[in-house]
Ligand binder design. Structure first.
Ligand SMILES: [Zn+2]
Length: 402
C-alpha cells in the first residue's frame, strides 16, 4: 500500500559501505504492511555482536542492491504493532526475528524447503548483514514466518534467542552426527569468552557437561567470573606473542599444552573466536570420536603453517569430526528460547551479567567495540516501557523436543 507520502523513522546505519565505512543515525523509510501475511514490529531492543563489529570495521557485510548504506543489527526483541489479515501473529505479541531470507533460485533445494541456513547458491540475504536492512531502527516489517514468538516471561533476554539459535543448530547437528556411535559426552571445551562463547558454556552446563573455557581475557575478568559462577573452569590463554615461546611461569603455553595436562579428553569443542590458527589447533586438541564445531568468523586472509600429516592422522585414527555451522532455522530459535529459560532458572540474573553495556540508538555512532566488556544492548525503547507495550502478548507454544 503506497499512500503517496513516506513516513520516516530513525535508524543507525553504516554509510559508505563501499569505501570509508562510518556509522550514522539518520532518517530511514518507515515500512508499511503490504502483503496479507506481513507484520509490522516496533523494535524494543537490539543486541550487538561480533558480526556487527565486522560490518563496521572490516569489508564484511553488504548493503541492499543499488544502495551504499546498511541499517545493521540483527539480534532483536520487538512487539507486533500491526499485522495483515492472514498473519499468524497478533498486535502486542513479543517477537524476535529470523535473520536469513531464502535465495530465489528454484534449484536451491534447501531454500525451497525452509532451510535458507543451508542455502546452496549463496544468494540468500540476511537482514542487517547481507543485502537487506536490519533492526537498529524503530520498526521492521516482514512476513510472519520470519518472526518467532517470545514468551512474555522471557522479555528481558529475548534478544538473545538469535545468538542462542546458532548454538542450538550446531547442537542439533552434533547429535545427528554422533548417532554414528554410542556417544556419552562428558567434557566440553569452549574457545573464546565473548557472548557466544559464554552462551556455549551455559549450553554445555544445561546439557550436563563439564565445561572448560579457553580465552585471552584475564582470570579476574567478568567473563572468567561468569564461567566460574556456572561451575565451569576458566583458563586464560597466553597472548599470541608469548604463545609460541616456552610455558609461562604457571599457565599452559598453548591450547595443545593445556589439553595435554588434562586428565580426560574433550568430547566436544565449540570454536567461538574466529581466530583461524586456534581452529586448526583445536583439531588436534579434540578427543577421540569427538566433534569440533567452528562458529567463528575470520574475515582476514591469514596464512598459517599447520602440522598437516599429524592433523590428518589424528582425525582419521580417532574418528574426529569437524563441522562448520552458520545461521539457524526456526526450530533452533524455539529450542534456543527454551534453553535461555533453563539458563535463567539455573543461574538467576545470568543474562544481566553478560549484558555489560546498554546504550540508546543515538549512542550507536560512538560505540567503541574495543571498550565493550562483554555485550552491548541498544535500547530502542527504554526497558521500563516494554511491559506496557507488550501487555497484550500471547503465550508462545512450540512443538519440539530437546
Ligand atoms: Zn538458496
Amino acid at each position: 500500500m503506497n499512500t503517496g507520502h513516506e513516513a520516516e523513522m530513525k535508524a543507525a546505519k553504516v554509510i559508505r559501505m563501499n569505501a570509508g565505512r562510518q556509522i550514522a543515525v539518520a532518517g530511514h523509510r518507515k515500512p508499511e504492511l503490504e502483503g496479507p501475511s506481513d507484520v509490522l514490529v516496533r523494535i524494543l531492543c537490539v543486541g550487538l555482536d561480533g558480526t556487527d563489529k565486522e560490518i563496521i570495521t572490516t569489508p564484511y557485510g553488504w548493503p541492499p542492491e543499488g544502495e551504499d548504506e546498511l541499517v545493521f543489527g540483527h539480534e532483536m526483541l520487538g512487539v507486533v504493532v500491526d499485522a495483515g489479515k492472514q498473519a499468524g501473529l497478533r498486535k502486542g505479541d513479543l517477537v524476535t526475528m529470523i535473520v536469513r531470507r531464502p535465495c530465489h533460485d528454484p534449484a536451491c533445494v534447501n531454500c525451497r524447503n525452509g532451510r535458507a541456513d543451508y542455502c546452496q547458491t549463496g544468494a540468500y540475504t540476511e537482514r542487517g548483514i547481507k543485502g537487506a536492512h536490519g533492526c537498529l531502527t524503530e520498526y521492521v516489517k516482514d512476513e510472519d514466518r520470519y518472526f518467532v514468538k517470545i514468551p512474555p516471561a522471557c522479555m528481558a533476554y529475548g534478544m538473545l534467542a538469535e545468538p542462542q539459535s546458532i548454538l542450538e543448530k550446531v547442537w542439533d547437528e552434533v547429535q545427528r552426527i554422533q548417532q554414528r556411535l554410542v556417544w556419552e559426552p562428558k567434557r566440553a571445551l569452549v574457545l573464546g569468552s565473548g557472548p557466544l562463547g559464554l552462551l556455549a558454556a551455559l549450553t554445555a552446563r544445561c546439557l550436563g557437561l563439564d565445561v572448560h573455557v579457553w580465552s585471552m581475557d584475564d582470570k579476574t575478568s567478568p567473563e572468567a567470573r561468569i564461567v566460574e559462577r556456572i561451575g565451569g573452569t576458566y583458563q586464560q590463554a597466553p597472548s599470541p606473542s608469548s604463545a609460541s615461546g616456552e610455558a609461562g611461569r604457571e599457565g599452559p603455553a598453548s591450547l595443545t599444552d593445556y589439553v595435554k595436562r588434562q586428565q580426560a579428553p574433550f568430547d566436544l569443542i565449540w570454536e567461538c573466536t574466529g581466530f583461524s590458527p586456534l581452529a586448526f589447533e583445536a583439531m588436534s586438541a579434540l578427543g577421540p570420536n569427538g566433534v569440533l564445531a567452528l562458529l567463528g568468523i575470520s574475515s582476514g586472509d591469514r596464512k598459517e603453517d599447520v602440522p598437516a600429516d599429524q592433523l590428518n592422522l589424528g582425525m582419521v585414527l580417532h574418528n574426529k569430526c569437524v563441522i562448520g555451522s552458520v545461521n539457524a532455522a526456526r526450530k533452533h530459535f524455539e529450542t534456543g528460547i527454551y534453553r535461555l529459560q533453563q539458563m535463567e532458572e539455573r543461574y538467576p540474573g545470568i543474562f544481566r551479567s553478560i549484558v555489560t553495556e546498554r546504550i540508546t540508538l543515538a549512542d550507536v555512532p560512538n560505540i567503541d567495540f574495543g571498550k565493550v566488556k562483554i555485550k552491548t544492548l541498544v535500547d530502542i525503547v527504554p526497558e521500563d516501557r516494554w511491559a506496557e507495550m507488550a501487555k497484550a502478548a500471547s503465550e508462545a507454544a512450540y512443538s519440539f523436543s530437546v
